[in-house]
Write a protein of this length. Sequence first.
Length: 261
Amino acid sequence: MTGFSPQPTEMGDQRAEALRAGLSDVRERVARACDAAGRDPAEVTVIVVTKFFPASDVRRLAALGVRDMGENRDQEASAKFADVKADTAGLRLHFIGQIQTNKAASVASYADVVHTVDRLKLVTALDRGAAAADRRLRVLVQVDLDPARPAATLGAVATAAASAGPARGGADPADVGGLVAAVQASAALDLLGVMAVAPLGVDPGPAFGRLADVSRAVRAVVPDATWISAGMSGDLEVAIRHGATHLRVGTAILGSRPTLR
Ligand SMILES: *Cc1c(COP(=O)(O)O)cnc(C)c1O
């Protein structure tokens, strides 16, 4: 029996097959949605969101040709990607979660793109962190598309009520111009565009339409800031219809996330 039994790697890796099937389904959905929208699928990048899933899945995805991966927590992302990034050429780590100011320097030291810049303090902290790590950092301004967001003029009571809700993050559209100017004035940050998560429980179409409007206004100031990061497993077709250039897809490729980590 020596020499003839197949090695484990030749026996097929069911997880790799599942990931391959998930990727293929999502690419098919993207192709169909682009077709319906009269867009070229080459304009749309799928970022595979690997949060909650182990480094072994990141390696499998890399072996399947995926180069853009997304994570939302500093500790998890830095631990998971340290090895994989070192031995996978061209891997890009997209940070898509809310960033506490005291975690900004850490994120700036390893992320390739930060999608969630939503306040001036964070611009300053990321800029400082990137400079300290002697690297440039590409960023997007996250926009809050929630139609229920209370106007700033409603004051402290409304603000307190809003902050009790789920922390999806994002800047008020009225504050995006100031954030863009701050990124432009920074030493180490480059602006790629805008990002948003559709509000829960409402039709994502109008929300993504508002994001397209914000993107247009940003591009009038920074023509190279062409990225629109929008669309997840459940709403990627709608996002494509409204001009998304980067989708952030987890569940549809990796399956349901474990509830604990
Ligand atoms: C988790 C996450 C995603 C992926 O969501 P799925 O529904 O699993 O595709 C996308 N964007 C952000 C900001 C996320 O946190």
